[in-house]
Design a protein around this ligand. Structure first.
Ligand SMILES: Nc1nc2c(c(=O)[nH]1)N[C@H]1C(S)=C(S)[C@@H](COP(=O)(O)O)O[C@H]1N2
Ligand SMILES: [Mo]
Length: 417
């Protein structure tokens, strides 16, 4: 693709048509040799549109992201700023976080999306299917919170190693594809009661390293299949390469890592995969211990909520009426209610859920109108799901800093003037 594609400023990329954005994404990856030039252009664009000095530039393969909305931790970890979540439920694709355990595949894999092949195994009639075959089999749309297992890691006081995500390794996304159960039914059903559904990512693995040590292959309990999708579309567009196009496994209610991008194999298996990312990685291990198969895997998400506004990073708050706004989700269950505290959790008031209910796996927006006097206020929120599970006050300490749902860790202290 011509270098020209990348000569847009990020500001205009944000306004570009979806098609245009995919071209941008694709061209960036196809041009690693010209990567340096792309990088500096991106940096220039940032200097123009953002007032925040010295922010890292967007990596070339996601130079179509909205730079003003993102915190660039590394080239494989980009977080959505709290102030960028907005109040329209769905997280715009160009503001959604990015997490890659391996470099994203070459853009050639999205050149002809319908030709991408996934191999389905562990069913009566195993076979390979192209995306175009899947499109002929069925269609479902699910709105789902995609959240990295490490979201909130940066709020652990003992600072576990790994990206110090605050709240922005998450977003609420619309996914369209074929239900996995439809595919499985059409292939004669799962073989002999296999307990796990295992998805394999389509990345090219680095040479000279044990593949098991780097491959992205995840197993989830087979019950997760009930609402799972093989998805080709997100937020109304073909899934961008960086987010797993042409085909992604969507496992509603399960943490990010279980939602395997560029899926090339879906297998029903007797055991969990022995890939390191499953066997020892992404385990809830006691602090100081190495991950071990005997420790729980990061699978289902728990109830969680946080406040997006007012927040310390969104400028001074003026005394008087204020709308306290945030998002809340139940993980595997729908949200029932949200309570907000303006006194650090001593007293709670019910918040109002705002906007349409986008289903069990989506997040709800909430608002609490209140009046704040000058001074320091600690604001907090707690969600309860329809099964009565309440977001906990504390966190479960663990070596990897996973699954932080503590409402106290997520409380914000704001200064009202
Ligand atoms: N094939 C593949 N799938 C993957 C990953 C990856 O590196 N490769 N990263 C996982 C992790 S840890 C997360 S949090 C999400 C991130 O999804 P996103 O980059 O689309 O936001 O993808 C998951 N699926
Ligand atoms: Mo993740």
């Amino acid at each position: 693709m011509p270098l020209k594609q990348n000569q847009k400023t990020d500001g205009t990329a944000q306004l570009a048509s979806p098609r245009r954005r995919h071209l941008l994404a694709g061209s960036a990856v196809a041009m690693t040799a010209a990567g340096l030039a792309v990088f500096s252009r991106s940096a220039m664009a940032q200097a123009v549109v953002s007032t925040v000095p010295a922010a890292k530039p967007l990596p070339a393969y996601v130079n179509w992201k909205n730079p003003g909305a993102m915190i660039v931790h590394t080239s494989s970890t980009l977080e959505t700023k709290r102030s960028a979540f907005g109040t329209s439920i769905i997280t715009p694709t160009d503001q959604l976080y990015i997490r890659n355990n391996l470099p994203a595949p070459d853009a050639s894999i999205i050149a002809d999306r319908d030709e991408w092949i996934v191999s389905v195994e562990g069913v009566k009639h195993p076979r390979t299917l192209k995306v175009k075959d899947l499109k002929a089999m069925g269609l479902e749309t699910t709105v789902m919170v995609l959240q990295c297992s490490g979201n909130g890691r940066g709020l652990f006081p003992n600072k576990p190693s790994g990206t110090p995500w605050q709240v922005g390794a998450a977003g609420c996304v619309v996914w369209s594809g074929v239900p996995v159960r439809t595919v499985v039914d059409s292939l004669g059903g799962i073989n002999g009661g296999m307990p796990y559904m295992t998805g394999t990512g389509g990345e090219k693995l680095p040479e000279g390293i044990d593949p098991k040590s780097v491959m992205v292959e995840r197993s989830v309990p087979v019950k997760a299949m009930a609402d799972a999708l093989l998805a080709w579309e997100m937020n109304g567009e073909p899934i961008p390469l960086a987010h797993g196009g042409p085909l992604r496994l969507i496992v509603p209610g399960y943490t990010g890592v279980n939602n395997v991008k560029y899926i090339k194999r879906l297998a029903f298996t007797a055991e969990q995969t022995d890939a390191a990312i499953q066997k020892t990685g992404y385990r809830i291990s006691p602090p100081g211990q190495k991950g071990d198969p005997s420790h729980p895997s990061v699978w289902e998400m728990g109830p969680k909520s946080w406040i997006n506004s007012p927040a310390p990073d969104s400028g001074p708050v003026t005394a008087g009426p204020v709308q306290i706004k945030g998002v809340a989700f139940g993980g595997i269950n729908a949200v029932k209610s949200v309570d907000v505290s303006v006194d650090g959790g001593k007293t709670w008031l019910p918040a109002r859920l705002v906007g349409p209910d986008m289903g069990r796996y989506a997040w709800r927006q909430f608002v609490l109108p209140t009046t704040l006097q000058p001074g320091s206020h600690t604001i907090a929120c707690v969600v309860v799901d329809v099964e009565g599970n309440r977001q906990p006050e504390g966190r479960l300490e663990n070596a990897g800093g996973y699954n932080n749902t503590s409402w106290r860790d997520h409380a914000l202290t704001i200064n009202v003037v």
